[in-house]
Ligand binder design. Structure first.
Ligand SMILES: Cc1ncc(COP(=O)(O)O)c(C=O)c1O
Length: 380
């Protein structure tokens, strides 16, 4: 993947300055998207689809699900083709519908911060309460506090949890044993598990992705897993995602609510993109993952003291431990902006992220070198 070039780094200046202040020379590495040339097969398919010149109602081709499952089987050894599958425009939409359908106003929903920024607003917007079960940072990386999780789940007011597997922002992959324990906790306490697995394909070798479905199989847990190509292939603006579950009632209620809200309309570009990347995107993705793995090594070897990278097992996000700088929450954000870096400050992911920052590292090496250089200059 030598021919990678930065894409347009699509951040608009107004948004950048509203979030990060007025430094005109900010390196924007805060949004979770690949900042590289996207898969040429995908670009060519999209250009062909645009050239058709007809963008009306288009039926969903029968082969799309087959393309998804054959991809999952070949990349992760996961054949889930017997699961129920429903299409949803976005992961956030699916979470909103699931919360509405399977929890009640006032119920508690467990999150494991530091965690993806959208979860909390989705829970709050649904008039449910966030129940925090923070991850623990140990010698070898982040772990779940399963004792705490079980205690929080035991509260009868707690009726759901949002699991992030792989975990954004800390890059952790959850193993089968941990996922099986979550399933057991969910069964024991009748907690619905929403498994957000949107980063599933961004696994850095030699690690492997275990779907929650595999661990929950036969456990009796009620769950839905959320998948799609949007993060892996840079398609967040051409939304199309999947909801998977082994529970017919969950599937039917999700579909019914999707119909009621008219969320089922197909987007012609999303249809074209979905099938193309799942049929042809393997080689491009292998190149991207190699690039990300190399960038992790670059950071691990060259970040200036006292900044360290918490090595990700998955995602193209680097979680930088900057606690050694001794800066409080607002100062760290200002310090980064003054250094010329638009990174996501860790507290955006919950108070447990204070002192950290998230950097997108699906970028050419030159940008990582530049970011390291800016951090080194600011530290000195
Ligand atoms: C874990 C996770 N879930 C969901 C999303 C966003 O998905 P969508 O835009 O489809 O709601 C992201 C985006 O970065 C994410 O990291």
């Amino acid at each position: 993947m030598n021919n990678l070039t930065p894409n347009a780094l699509a951040d608009d200046t107004a948004r950048l300055s509203s979030l990060f202040g007025d430094n005109p020379d900010l390196l924007p590495l805060w949004i979770a998207e690949p900042y590289v040339e996207l898969d040429p097969e995908l670009k060519s398919r999209m250009a062909d689809r645009a050239a058709v010149g007809w963008y009306g109602y288009e039926a969903r081709p029968a082969g799309l699900l087959e393309a998804f499952w054959s991809w999952m089987d070949s990349r992760h050894g996961w054949d889930g083709s017997s699961l129920h599958a429903a299409v949803s425009p976005s992961i956030g939409t699916s979470i909103g519908v699931l919360l509405e359908q399977f929890t009640k106003p006032g119920d508690g929903v467990i999150l494991q911060p530091p965690v993806f920024t959208d979860f909390k607003p989705l829970v709050v917007a649904a008039s449910r309460s966030v129940i925090r079960s923070p991850l623990l940072l140990e010698e070898g990386g982040y772990e779940m506090d399963l004792t705490d999780l079980a205690a929080k789940a035991a509260d009868p007011a707690t009726t759901a949890m949002i699991l992030c597997n792989p975990h954004n922002p800390v890059g952790r992959l959850w193993d089968e044993g941990t996922l099986a324990e979550i399933a057991a906790i969910a069964v024991a306490n009748d907690v619905f598990v929403i498994a957000d697995e949107i980063h599933a394909d961004l696994v850095l070798p030699p690690n492997n992705f275990t779907p929650f479905a595999a661990a929950a199989h036969g456990s009796g847990a009620r769950w839905a897993a959320l998948h799609g190509p949007i993060k892996t292939f840079g398609l967040a603006g051409v939304c199309d995602t999947l909801l998977l579950t082994d529970n017919e009632e969950v599937s039917q209620r999700f579909r019914k609510e999707s119909s009621r809200l008219h969320l089922t309309r197909n987007n012609v570009f999303a249809l074209a993109a979905f099938e193309t990347v799942y049929r042809c995107g393997g080689e491009w993705l292998d190149g991207l993952l190699q690039l990300v793995a190399d960038n992790v090594e670059l950071l691990a070897s060259n970040l200036p003291e006292p900044i360290r990278v918490v090595r990700p097992q998955a995602t193209y996000l680097a979680w930088l431990d900057m606690r050694g700088l001794g800066l409080e929450v607002p100062e760290l954000a200002r310090w980064l902006a003054a250094a010329g870096l638009a990174l996501s400050p860790g507290h955006w992911f919950g108070r447990d992220g204070a002192g950290f920052a998230r950097m997108t590292i699906a970028t050419p090496r030159t940008l990582i070198d530049a970011a390291i250089g800016r951090l080194a200059a600011a530290v000195s």
